[in-house]
Design a protein around this ligand. Sequence first.
Ligand code: BGC
Length: 381
Amino acid sequence: MGLRKSAALLAGVALALTSLAACGNETKNDATPTGGATGATGAVNPDAGDTLVGITMPTVSLERWNNDGSELKAKLEAMGYKTSLEYGNDLPEQQILQIENQINAGAKILVIASIDGSSLGTTVAKAKAAGITVIGYDRLLLQTGDIDYYATFDNYRVGQMQGEYIVEALDLENAAGPFNFEPFAGSPDDNNAGLFFKGAWDVLSPYVDSGKLVIQSETGKKATGNWQDIGILSWKSATAQSEMENRLNSFYRDKKVDVVLSPNDSLALGIAQALETGGYTVGGDWPVLTGQDGDIANVKNILAGKQSMTVWKDTRDLAAAVADMVDQIAKGETVTVNDTTTYDTGVKVVPTYQLDPKVVTKDTVETELVGSGFIDAADLQ
Ligand code: BGC
């Protein structure tokens, strides 16, 4: 039996055991998330036709959110729910209007992948007042008690995996070094970006402290203080590209960069472009470069040797887990979560369903990404 199937069965058993307790309470499911997650039950809820689910996503300009949005919408509609799916163009004010429209349209459940995690307090307070259940999707809402559930991947682990990859790729335990190292961080308004950075930094900072990893650029050096000071607003590839070009032009005229910590694929795309412009060559002096998401353009770069790895988060599993949450909420059943301690908005620790990320390299693109149907082989041509 495949992981997805056995995990679905497990979730089903947990559900059956707890359905007597019912009524919107969460239960702790101690099963280790497998990355296969729950898998939506797929069963049609006969009462779902009356339930509108408002879904808001940050932007259409990044591949993953398009996948997330269409997966979740399709799953919920197959279960009989009405949906409203909106993309916020990376503009927090636009997302606020979209959510308010969904509240006014009578949504019963809101699924929010926030743009600015701290900007939605007033909006979700309105949702609460209207009796709506709020689910945070992938990104946690901050400074609010008006979020009921959260579903995400283990964000700290994502950063740890990037750090561990770098340690192994450069053999930092044994190699003499020193290696020139440039760290990047994600959007300062995204709670995930801080967790990614912390995960990576906890692994890498001992090597920075011992001098085996040397940060040459002034911006990069700020990583030792507040990660937000090196954050790339809205995770824009173009901003990451110009930042990397600046670092190369100002600090690497007579040196080579050996390793770049990129928290995700959109930044890695810009950084790879800057390396290319800066004259770095694959098979020669191209540095180790990390990423996250498994976007097609980045997977092509991995195959071409321009990106070393990506931390893959199977968004189909996240969408399935959230579709199950919606269904459980709508039916007044107990909601399956497996983490009740980690995700704190600053006001409330949110019951969470957390999934496991996975490292993908050139050697595993075929088995993991193509084999699982996440990417079509034809799209990698
Ligand atoms: C997500 C990443 C994504 C990034 C940029 C983060 O919140 O977890 O998967 O790459 O946003 O959209």
